[in-house]
Design a protein around this ligand. Structure first.
Ligand SMILES: [Zn+2]
Length: 157
């Protein structure tokens, strides 16, 4: 299981049947040229760990939970649409501008309730988060951001 760096490949002499921490039967590998105390310590860890199949399931579950936490985190991109509502008719415009051969910048404009919020970032997701944060901040301050006359929409609520 260990990916050895700058080490000769492990030579498995034989395997010993055993039970992993998850309760599943598995084969412990007895390696050639392994110091007995290292082998004993490795066996202890082997006994305390779950089998590869259970480890895979646990890892996938952890990744799914981490993804859900990221999505729900304040300021997460999902936030913009899930944790608070933009007014009906809100519009987001994104435009990309190359700054050199390999880099570029995204400019975003959120128009909602006749107000315009602008932000700039080299990443689309960070830009959406920035627009969301600025929108929330502007709502909290209840200080309307100046908007161009042609962007005026009828007042809601
Ligand atoms: Zn198992």
């Amino acid at each position: 299981m260990n990916t050895a760096r700058n080490k000769p490949p492990q030579i498995v002499l034989r395997t010993i049947a055993g039970i992993r921490a998850c309760g599943h039967a598995d084969q412990f590998k007895v390696l050639a040229n392994e110091r007995p105390d290292w082998a004993a310590r490795r066996r202890e860890k082997w006994n305390a760990k779950q089998c590869a199949a259970c480890g895979q399931i646990a890892q996938e579950k952890q990744q799914a939970e981490a993804a859900a936490r990221r999505a729900a985190r304040p300021g997460g991109v999902v936030d913009l649409f899930r944790l608070f509502r933009l007014p009906d008719g809100s519009t987001i415009t994104l435009s990309y501008r190359a700054t050199d051969a390999t880099h570029g910048m995204w400019t975003g404009m959120l128009i909602a309730d006749g107000r315009t919020i602008q932000a700039e970032n080299d990443g689309v997701h960070r830009l959406l988060r920035a627009l969301g944060r600025q929108w929330k901040a502007s709502m909290a301050a209840l200080a309307p951001v100046e908007s161009p006359a042609e962007q005026q929409q009828p007042e809601k609520r």
